[in-house]
Design a binder for this molecule. Structure first.
Ligand code: SAH
Length: 288
C-alpha cells in the first residue's frame, strides 16, 4: 500500500475551512484515543489555536499537532486534583476575552457525557462566540475497534447510552434501571467500572439473564486496548481477574457476540474468526 505520511505541513484537503478567530472558543471532540479518529475540523482547529485546553484521555500525538499553541491540562490524572468544572468554564471565558483563539479539546464527543453542554452554555452566557466540533464517542467508536457493532439488524433497533456515575459519584439514582433493562436491547455504559457490581445487580434484578453477553473495552482505540468478553453473571469476577482499569466502555447485549466474527484487529494479527454466524441466523449475512 502506498503511504504518504501526513506531517504538520500537510495541507488539509481543499475545502472552505472555517477560521478560528481571536476571541472565539471552539469546543471540540478529540475522539476516543486513536489520533486518526480526529475529524478534519478538529485538525483545522489545532493548527490555528493559540491555546488548547485539554482533558485527560486526549492523546499526546493530538496535542503535538498544535505545536504553536499553549497547552493547558484541565483533567484529572497522575493524582492531581481535578480542575473544577466552573473554573474550567470561566478560564475559557477569560482566555477568549483576552483575544485568544481557544480550542477546548475533550475526549470522544464533547456533548456525550462530557459536560460540553455546560461549558458551551457558560460561554454563551458570557457572550463568547462558540463553535461545536463533534467527535467520535467512545461508546460507538470504541466498540467498533473491539469488533462490536453498536446496532445490528439481528440484535437491536435501539441502543441506550448510560453513565455509571451521577454528579455525586454514585450510581445514578435518577435512572430507571428496570425500564432500561426491559426496554433496551443493547446498553452501553460509560464510567461504569466503579459501580459495576451495583449496575449488573440492578439489570439482573430487572430480568436480564445472568448469561447475557457483556464486553468491557478499556483504553479503546489505543495500542493498550483490552477487550474482555464476559456475561452479567461473571463480569465482576472477570474484571478483577483481568485487573482491568478505567477508562472502559461496557456493552451489555447480544451484539457483543458479533465480536466472534468481527474482531478485525485480532484478524489483522492472524487470528481466525471464532464463529462466522455467532447469532445463529443460519443464513449468509448478505441475504435479505
Ligand atoms: N465525551 C466522551 C465521554 C466522556 S466520559 C465520549 O464521547 O466518549 C469518560 C468515559 O468515557 C470514561 O469513563 C469511559 O467510560 C469512556 N471512555 C472515553 N474514552 C475511552 C476509551 N478510549 N476507552 C474506553 N472508554 C472510554
Amino acid at each position: 500500500m502506498h503511504k504518504e505520511p501526513m506531517n504538520s505541513d500537510t495541507p488539509l484537503p481543499a475545502l472552505d475551512w472555517p477560521v478560528l478567530e481571536p476571541g472565539w472558543v471552539w469546543l471540540c471532540g478529540a475522539g476516543p484515543g486513536d489520533p486518526g479518529l480526529l475529524t478534519l475540523h478538529a485538525l483545522n482547529a489545532l493548527r490555528q489555536a493559540d491555546v488548547v485546553i485539554y482533558d485527560a484521555l486526549v492523546q499526546e500525538a493530538i496535542l503535538s499537532w498544535a505545536p504553536q499553541a499553549q497547552h493547558i491540562y484541565a483533567g484529572k490524572r497522575g493524582g492531581k486534583p481535578s480542575a473544577k468544572q466552573r473554573d474550567i468554564s470561566l478560564q475559557l471565558v477569560d482566555l477568549a476575552k483576552e483575544g485568544k483563539r481557544v480550542l477546548r479539546l475533550k475526549g470522544g464527543d464533547p456533548f456525550v457525557f462530557g459536560r460540553g453542554g455546560e461549558e458551551a452554555q457558560t460561554l454563551v452566557q458570557h457572550n463568547v462566540p462558540v463553535r461545536i466540533i463533534p467527535g467520535i464517542s467512545a461508546g460507538i467508536g470504541g466498540l467498533a475497534y473491539a469488533g462490536i457493532p453498536v446496532t445490528h439488524r439481528d440484535v437491536n433497533q435501539s441502543v441506550t447510552f448510560v453513565t455509571g456515575h451521577d454528579q455525586s459519584g454514585q450510581t445514578p439514582s435518577a435512572l430507571d434501571w428496570t425500564a432500561i433493562s426491559k426496554g433496551s436491547q443493547v446498553i452501553v455504559i460509560y464510567m461504569g467500572m466503579k459501580h459495576i457490581a451495583q449496575i449488573t445487580a440492578k439489570l439482573v434484578a430487572a430480568g436480564r439473564p445472568l448469561s447475557e453477553p457483556v464486553a468491557v473495552v478499556t483504553t479503546a482505540t489505543t495500542p493498550q486496548q483490552q477487550v474482555l468478553e464476559t456475561t452479567l453473571g461473571t463480569i465482576v469476577d472477570d474484571i478483577a481477574k483481568a485487573e482491568l482499569e478505567p477508562p472502559a466502555i461496557i456493552c451489555v447485549g447480544k451484539s457483543v457476540l458479533m465480536r466472534q466474527v468481527l474482531d478485525w484487529q485480532g484478524q489483522a494479527n492472524g487470528d481466525a474468526p471464532r464463529n462466522l454466524d455467532p447469532l445463529g441466523r443460519g443464513r449468509p449475512a448478505e441475504s435479505a
